[in-house]
Write a protein that binds this ligand. Sequence first.
Ligand SMILES: Nc1ncnc2c1ncn2[C@@H]1O[C@H](COP(=O)(O)OP(=O)(O)O)[C@@H](O)[C@H]1O
Ligand SMILES: [Mg+2]
Length: 237
Amino acid sequence: MAVSNPFTHERHGSACLSVENVCFSWPSGLQVLKNCTFRIPKPGLWMLVGSNGSGKSTLFRLIQGMLRPQAGCINCALKPSLMFQNPDHQLLLPTCRSDLLLSLPRDLTHSEKQIRIKEVLGQVHLEDFESRPIHTLSGGQKQRLALAGALASQSNLLLLDEPTALLDPRSQKGVLRIVQKLARQSENPITALWITHRLEELHYCDGAARMEKGQVGSWVSGELLIQRLNRLAGRRV
Ligand SMILES: Nc1ncnc2c1ncn2[C@@H]1O[C@H](COP(=O)(O)OP(=O)(O)O)[C@@H](O)[C@H]1O
Ligand SMILES: [Mg+2]
């Protein structure tokens, strides 16, 4: 069953994110995105699957504003934050508290900062981790701290680039459940765009699409995308 297809049903509605006919080539001439067009119609957990080199990470850099499209446009009503496979690439300071302080809005008072740090640590199930040195955290805990940092920075669009690729199954589920909960909460649900190669993760999403040849396909349910990908894999054998 198809879920709200942004190309047909939501064309004129307001979208959290819209990418229209975006083209992007690297200086080598390699064209990575070719008239890439898709919309995220509402908050939720949206997943993208695509083979290596299909342009997923480049798309995230364009949405985040680190790269500019050479044609087309990206309209984003939200504040994006990128999260990588390896949390060590984004956790900078020695303790959980000092790292989160870096992400908080500067205009908060000392006590407001204190309250907010406790709140975001609670949202990722790291209560009482405030003074823990980052090097003592497990991979899953580090990834959850990176999530807390995104929340502390008031980001409401999480761009998660294979965030569980380095995690064991238990930590993987922990991160998945937290992001799913944040995306489904009644007050200020976040929008999460999650790249994965692990098809079992598609069961958690609100919509899934395949990225290939520089384009994003239509949103379908995670279960339907799993079926389609398994059929394709069967044909290749
Ligand atoms: N900084 C870069 N400079 C030149 N080419 C790049 C750069 N980053 C990625 N590419 C190339 O762009 C293509 C798409 O890469 P990427 O967006 O990382 O794909 P994916 O994340 O789907 O694996 C690949 O061929 C890759 O080698
Ligand atoms: Mg990538």
